[in-house]
Write a protein that binds this ligand. Sequence first.
Ligand SMILES: Nc1ncnc2c1ncn2[C@@H]1O[C@H](COP(=O)(O)OP(=O)(O)O)[C@@H](O)[C@H]1O
Ligand SMILES: [Mg+2]
Length: 1077
Amino acid sequence: MDSVRVAVRVRAFNQTEKDAGCVCIISLALNRITIWDPRNRRNTKTFTFDLAYWSHSGFVRNEEGILIPDGPTSKYADQRKVFNDLGQELLSNAWQGYNTTLLAYGQTGSGKSYSMIGYGPDKGIIPLTCDELFKTIKQNQEADKQFQIYFSMLEIYNEKVIDLLSKHPGGLRVRENSQRGFYVEDVKLVPCENYNQIEQLMEEGTRKRTIASTNINVTSSRSHMIITVQFKQVFLKDHLTKQSNINLVDLAGSERQKTSGSEGDRLREGTAINLSLTTLGNVISALAEIAMGKRMLHVPYRNSTLTKLLQPALGGNSKTLMIATVSPADICYEETLSTLRYTERTKNIQNKAVINENATERLVQELKAENAKLQLKITKIRNSGKRVEEETAELRRLLAGNELLLVEIQTSWEQRLEKAQKEWKHQFVNLMQERFMIQMFPYLSNVNVDPQLTAFVRHFIQDGESVVGQSGNFPQAIIIRGLGYVETETNFFKKYRGVVGMPSGSFSKNIAEKHATITNQNSKVSLEPHGQARVILNGVLIHTKVKLAHLDRLILGSNSTYLYVGYPSERNNEDLSKYDYDFFQSELAKVEGFDREALGHMGRNNRSVDPSVLAVLYDYIRVKPMVVEANQISGDLHKDFSFDLEVKNLALTDSRGSDLTKEVMVKVTNKVTDQIWVWSKAKFVNRKFIMEDVYQRFVDGQNISEDRENDPFWDPIEAVHLGSAYVWLQSLSYCIVLEEHVEFRNSQGKEEAILQMNLVPCNPSGQPLGEKEILIDPTELVGHRLDFQVQITRCLGIKWLKENIKRGIQISYRVLNHPYLFHSEPVWNTVNAKVDHTMQFAVKCVSQELLNYLQNHALVLDLWGLQEGCEEMVFPGNFEVTDKGSIIIDYVGSQLLSNKDEDKGDEQFSELYIKLSKLEQETDLLRNINRTLRNDNVMLQTAINKMSDDLSLASRSGGKPFHQMNPQLFGWRSTSKASCEVDFAKALKTFYKSMNRVQSQISGLRQHRPPVENDMELLQMYLHKQSQGIKNFGDQLESCINKLKNDVSFIVKKKRENTTRPGENKFHSTKRSLSEV
Ligand SMILES: Nc1ncnc2c1ncn2[C@@H]1O[C@H](COP(=O)(O)OP(=O)(O)O)[C@@H](O)[C@H]1O
Ligand SMILES: [Mg+2]
């Protein structure tokens, strides 16, 4: 039994992580890796692996350009170190005749390809292992031993197997037989004699992968690459062959699609893109459980192409290694942790490797022995002199057949080598020619989303005019085949004549037949787009002729990305890797108005960019080109859908109104019916892959008519979230009725409608509480029952309906921690909707936690846009109600307050917060004054009670109590108490009402975003509006507090006047504290 051996490698920060000022959250000691939660350093987890590599820090580049440790104490693990462990182990297994496999697992960009293949001079395990293999062979040459090496390179994408070394497009079949298990039929196995040939094959394979990836922009992060080096040692004398398959697998990116929101996508087929990776996970889990002694009946190898091919590597006849690559950056915490957990599970898997002896060698022996016997027979017959011609002929035929078989078995290696030799020569000529061109001409160099596939395609710009486009029918053509390339248009239309689902009319290409012209005159290069062709130069859409300068960035059509490399005299040995895909897309996003500033980053903890903002920016630049392509596909397939990328502000759903996270989402519009859908990023990415699949079939000339259920464009009509409104709950804790007009704001902070609603404290039977019942000290509520009504009266000026009157709205909200979402009845076909919704709630016993919650949280109301044919929200099921029909809220404090420490220190608003908290302090002070007043009252009350007791004792005749009998005497006290408290309550009511407005204003300010266009005037307008907003906010705050101060001092004065005689001394202290206010 051999366990799968696992290694983990921690890479250096990439540029994005450096820009973001990311923090390293991993430490490594020997083979133990510790990772901590960036939000809570004490939350650490430690994992132990067979091997662990620190490639994060402590390195320098040597004169050959290779990264090496920067000194004797550095713990940096360079490529050589990783090879010395993993590569050498593969080789040792191979020499012994075991099959051996190395899998690279990790999130996209974590360093799988860097470790497996490498970049430039930093060669990875595969080249170093192959190089070493040939070196060792050279040292072990023996007369009666022959070494044979075959190389193959496959890609699995969307369950299809593509041979990267074959010129033929299209997929290969996976077959199964009892002897070989699963295998790929007709895979090209290239015999190799030296390392250079392997290097050349890898380049060729990568180029094919690159071209496939740019044609339909399949992202390589979704595909798996399998390189197999078949190593045979033939012992000629002993007629023995030891054979080992060295499988080197660069797996698809392991990142999980964050399924935000409630929707898992209706269309599951999209997961086929990752079916192989998902199944691999299931296979590994099943095998790990078996290894832990669990009885598992079924390991789902057959569920995906990848796991079929890897069956020997996982639990079968192979010695298997895995290298898991991770980023140590805080922004990758979730993914890194998930990779470490996955890898930990893998190390439990048990394999049973056996030494492979080749059966064909025994066959040779048997054939030879049989031939010897046949020969003997023939000789015997001839010597006997009998004429048995028929018999001899049959024997001769048998003999010849056997000879042929023998020749094939024995000489196939030499034959194959000879055949391969011809191809090598051809390739060598091509290679030399390209090297020559690089030194002669400027060129366009491809830039792929995967850096591993960047700079594999070069288009040279020769003297004169070259036409850039899909067509090669020009004297000098630069053929660029973007999304939707078909061989020739005429072929295309021949294919589609009469095909169901074939769109009528013209086929709008992403890359036009004639997309642009590049002119090279007197060594000056310029580019001119044709007609409406999309050409973006350094982030800017161009329509006229422009000069090209060395290192200009070009995007042609929806997403064909190239770096212009000038004449050799213009080149300065620059590091071209700086101009990666992200560079292009960030440049474009910036011109479109999306950069860090626009997304409103708030510096915190001295970091330049908030990681969550950075993550959104990153999502934006990654999803944006996909959205462009989706629009392209939709247009080409004559679907009526358009896609728009938007940044959604999740603050809208947070009841504290904090700026939590943002998220990209895609708005889908049916241009004909005006119906709208909002897709999460995960859903869009999933659909986009299915669209690509449909599109590929369309381009291949297949029938693409789908039933609705499988159509990636189709979705049931659903309600659209338009915006949210906040109604602060504070007034409830004072039992003050709140009558509100608030805005529903959308995710961009813009007003969608005005909500008219009331929050009404009431008694259990629904009678609103009067002014006399207003609480001045809300802590009195603790331990008591609280009843209140949510009344939604109107929703006015609804934009959704202004756009299309056939639509409707519904308003939903959640009350405290109640599990159900409540909502109003739908209202259709009116811009100003009369809603008329009342719902009563009861908290049976108010806790201190609930009180705290009411003080600084809001009731969040969501406005939903209904459209023709969509389902309305139905009322939730059975919940607990009081005998009067109020809905009971069972409040558990901790549930609501869990995100208490997630407070963000927004510098921009800190000043306002300081004002607010001062205000709160002042309110506290007023509350204290009130308490003192109450104590006075209680004392007076006790005195009165005592007096009345004394009096009633004196007049036993049994009449009315004394104070009732003498209202003139005692009346002033009770009315004073009542009138003071009611005045106070009124003042507070006014105060909280205006506070509510102030709080709405602050959330309005937070969501007010600068304009997307890069226009000075608009910016100035924005600035003006923003400063006006802040000024208004300040003024309101000021006037609120002044009003309260005035009211209170008036009340105090009134009370003092009334109390001068009995309570004189006590009021001095109160007065002092008031004057300090
Ligand atoms: N150990 C490492 N040291 C330095 N750079 C690395 C390392 N691992 C990865 N990188 C860099 O990170 C980027 C992404 O790595 P890559 O191997 O292509 O990721 P993956 O194949 O996992 O998607 C590349 O630019 C690569 O040069
Ligand atoms: Mg890769």
